[in-house]
Unconditional design. Structure first.
Length: 263
């Protein structure tokens, strides 16, 4: 949930290098190493919810129709969520999972080696599409192509990847709206022109808890998310999922945006 460099190299970078004025806790002020990935997974992903299923299905179909082959892919701000990376597997030469929190980085590395069984229902949704069903061993594939890199969304190199995902990151890394906008812009610029992408955010989020710790969020609205992508993307399609029941208190809905990056 917290936030690979160019030339295929992965390296540490500061949590934020962006000179942004704050209206609340900014990304660099949050103790991301205190993020508990096990608690996060138990609460969010132990059972496949209908809203995540729908976002997963739509992302799957989008990438399956994008005609990607042997692509350099990236999942930005992977946190403790594997399903965005799973949507990229059949088309990937590499999948770079970029994350800032050291606790999440350690968790991701264990999952790359052989992910937990709780992710099997998520892959089963992917495998409902023939392009994914053709991949007989997704665990082995992720171990082959997955690379975990400790880096920040604010320090991503430009025009490096052919396809990308960024799920529940821009809304959940800061209380500063400007940082949310900046995160989306940096993600889009990290992809080559014409690259397909999928971005998911929580709308109207008032912050969230992971175990005993509270983390900041930005109460984004649908129109401003779409407007924020206009400069860096085209053919943007938006889908909103309202929770029944809600995953947690303090948000309105989940929003998925898919499209292609501008030059």
């Amino acid at each position: 949930m917290a936030l690979t460099p160019a030339a295929g190299a992965c390296g540490d970078s500061p949590a934020s290098s962006a000179p942004i004025q704050s209206t609340g806790p900014v990304n660099a002020e949050v103790e991301w190493d205190g993020f508990d990935p096990q608690a996060y997974v138990r609460h969010n992903y132990a059972d496949l919810r209908s809203d995540d299923r729908e976002l997963l299905r739509r992302t799957r179909d989008f990438f399956a129709g994008a005609r990607l082959v042997d692509a350099r892919c990236v999942d930005v701000g992977s946190g403790a969520n594997l399903y965005p990376a799973l949507t990229l597997l059949p088309f990937a030469h590499t999948v770079d999972l970029c994350e800032w929190s050291s606790s999440n980085v350690r968790w991701l590395r264990t999952q790359i080696d052989g992910y937990d069984e709780l992710w099997d229902p998520y892959w089963q949704v992917c495998a409902e599409h023939p392009a994914y069903a053709a991949l007989s061993d997704p665990r082995r594939r992720l171990a082959q192509v997955g690379r975990v890199c400790r880096t920040s969304v604010f320090d991503l190199p430009q025009h490096t990847w052919d396809a990308g995902t960024m799920f529940f990151v821009a809304c959940s890394i800061s209380a500063d709206r400007a940082e949310a906008d900046h995160a989306v812009a940096r993600f889009l610029r990290a992809l080559r022109p014409g690259s397909p992408f999928a971005v998911a955010v929580m709308l109207g989020s008032a912050g969230y808890r992971v175990g005993p710790h509270s983390f900041p969020a930005v109460a984004l609205q649908r129109a401003e998310v779409v407007a924020g992508m206009a400069a860096g993307a085209y053919d943007v399609s938006v889908h909103e999922e309202r929770p029944r029941p809600p995953l947690r208190d303090g948000y309105l809905s989940m929003l998925l945006a898919t499209g292609h990056t501008r030059g």
